[in-house]
Every structure is written in structure tokens, then in C-alpha cells.
Design a protein around this ligand. Structure first.
Ligand SMILES: NC(=O)c1ccc[n+]([C@@H]2O[C@H](COP(=O)([O-])OP(=O)(O)OC[C@H]3O[C@@H](n4cnc5c(N)ncnc54)[C@H](OP(=O)(O)O)[C@@H]3O)[C@@H](O)[C@H]2O)c1
Length: 263
């Protein structure tokens, strides 16, 4: 199936590693013109070089901390200048804090809100004027299966990732008439740096190997293992493509069956 990415101009935020990186890599392989961004200059340069070495075009890069005020506006202006416009946006920035409710401070709540929600709001707001001029414009945000099945000990991201369900549905309704689609991909447990760091921390606390922690957290996943970043990225790339022209406002779980609710 040709997904229609030849010449399609895409910005992926949070793409030096993990799901963002896998998404950018697949997009380049599909023929898209891609720009990737994250906070660490060396990390994003290395990611671009890795994608180039895989045989596709080396993506353009930008260094940005998307949680900072003004960063999204600067990044989107840069992307438009370097790509000659914009057809699609992926925001893969976000994460959780593992903590019991009463140990969390206001600063924890506000920081994680900026990380998961406000950064996406700002990126979408800065992208809309560009997407209006683009071809088959589309946005994909990264949520979490936790928005449909809250995880114990992760109340902050349970709340904020659930907020992305509302953001996605509302934006989709508001911009459908202009031809702009907005969807969200909700990963379950995915073996990226995020989970590797978490597994190592839990392993150190318990005095066991990180592999044991991963095995333990795999038990309650019906498919019996963590996802790879590529398995999640495939859904991002499909939803972002012109082939998904009639799909908008959806949050699609890619979670190995872990969220057991009907909706
Ligand atoms: N992995 C999972 O199990 C899982 C489960 C549910 C949901 N998700 C969601 O899926 C998305 C991607 O997760 P992941 O596992 O791929 O994460 P990851 O491995 O931690 O990678 C995150 C990427 O975002 C960049 N980044 C982090 N903070 C940033 C900021 N403030 N501004 C710009 N870039 C930033 C990181 O690079 P720098 O550090 O260099 O900036 C990195 O490239 C997140 O929204 C996450 O909440 C993941």
C-alpha cells in the first residue's frame, strides 16, 4: 500500500529516541521530508545520522525544549522555513511520574501538565496556520493506554494523558471543516529509554536485574511482552497518512491488549 508520503513535509517533536525516532525513521523510509526535534543537540544529530545511514534522506534537525514558553512557535517557524511548509505534525513528548498521590507537590502536577498537555497545545497552535496551507494536513499526538486504564502509582500522567483524549476529540471537531485531522496514539508498555530507565530504577530499589522487572511487568499484558517503538510508530505513520483520510478524533491504543475497557 502506498501511504502517500512522497514529498510530504512532517515535523516530529521528541524524535531523538523511542517512539518519535521510530516514527521519523519510518516516515523517511516512506519518502517524507522530515524534520526532527528534541532538547539535546548531540542526541538529535546522532538520530538524524542514524536515519540517514539506514538509506533514506537525512532529516533536518532542531534543538528545542517544547515545555518552554515560545519554544513551539520558534520550532514551527524553523520547520516551515527548512521544509518549505508543513503537512503533518507528530508530538511524541511526554511521560509519567511514579509516585503515590500524597507525595506529589503542585510543582510535580504543573510540570507534568506542561510535559504532557501544554507542550502539545502549544505545538498544535503554532502548527495550525502552516497546516492550513498544507496538503492533507494531519496531527498525531502521543497519549497512553493509561488514559483508558489508569495505572496504579501514576496518577499524574493518568490524569494528563486522559486530558489528551479530550484535546484530540475537541480539536478534531473544530478543524475537520478545514480538512485538518487530529488523532492520538495511546501506547501500552513500550521498550524505549523511558521504560529502560524505569526498569533500572525499580531493579536497583529491589536488588534484582532490570530484565526481571520487565518480565514482571509483561505478565499482565495479554500479548505477554512489551511493544517495540516500531510497533507503535506504524500506527502513528498510518494515522498521519492521507490513507487515513476518514479517521479523525480517535485515540487508538497500541497496547498488546492491556487496557481491557470496551471503549
Ligand atoms: N514507552 C512507553 O511505555 C510509553 C507508554 C505510554 C505512553 N508513552 C508516550 O509515548 C510518547 C513517547 O514515549 P517514549 O517512550 O518514546 O519516550 P522516550 O524514550 O523518553 O523519548 C522521548 C523523546 O522526547 C524527547 N524529549 C523529552 N522531553 C522533551 C522536551 N521537553 N522537548 C523536546 N523533546 C523532548 C527526548 O529527547 P531529549 O531528552 O534529548 O529531549 C526523546 O527524543 C510519550 O508521550 C510517552 O508518554 C510511552
Amino acid at each position: 500500500m502506498d501511504l502517500g508520503y512522497q514529498g510530504r513535509r512532517v515535523l516530529v517533536i521528541g524524535a531523538s529516541t523511542g517512539i518519535g525516532f521510530a516514527t521519523a525513521s519510518l516516515l523517511v523510509a516512506e519518502g517524507a521530508e522530515v524534520m526532527i526535534a528534541s532538547r539535546d543537540a548531540a542526541g538529535i544529530a546522532a538520530a538524524a545520522a542514524r536515519i540517514g545511514a539506514e538509506g533514506g534522506r537525512t532529516p533536518a534537525t532542531a534543538v528545542a525544549d517544547i515545555t518552554q514558553e515560545g519554544a513551539a512557535d520558534r520550532l514551527l517557524a524553523d520547520a516551515a522555513a527548512r521544509l518549505g511548509g508543513l503537512d503533518a505534525l507528530v508530538d511524541a513528548v511526554g511521560g509519567s511520574i511514579r509516585s503515590p498521590f500524597e507525595a506529589l507537590t503542585d510543582a510535580d502536577w504543573l510540570g507534568n501538565y506542561q510535559f504532557n498537555v501544554l507542550s502539545a497545545v502549544r505545538a498544535v497552535r503554532a502548527a495550525l496556520p502552516l497546516l492550513r496551507q498544507g496538503q492533507a494536513p494531519a496531527i498525531v499526538l502521543l497519549g497512553a493506554a493509561a488514559s483508558r486504564m489508569p495505572y496504579p502509582n501514576q496518577i499524574v500522567s493518568n490524569v494528563h494523558k486522559a486530558g489528551l483524549l479530550g484535546l484530540t476529540k475537541t480539536l478534531a471537531g473544530e478543524y475537520a471543516a478545514e480538512g485538518i485531522r487530529v488523532n492520538c496514539v495511546a501506547p501500552g508498555r513500550t521498550l524505549t529509554r523511558l521504560w529502560q530507565d524505569r526498569a533500572e530504577k525499580l531493579a536497583a530499589e529491589r536488588g534484582v536485574a532490570a530484565a526481571e522487572v520487565i518480565a514482571e511487568f509483561s505478565h499482565e499484558i495479554p500479548i505477554g511482552r512489551f511493544a517495540t517503538a516500531e510497533e507503535v510508530a506504524v500506527m502513528v505513520v498510518w494515522l498521519l497518512s492521507p490513507r487515513a483520510a476518514y479517521v479523525t478524533g480517535q485515540t487508538v491504543n497500541v497496547d498488546g491488549g492491556i487496557a481491557r475497557g470496551l471503549l
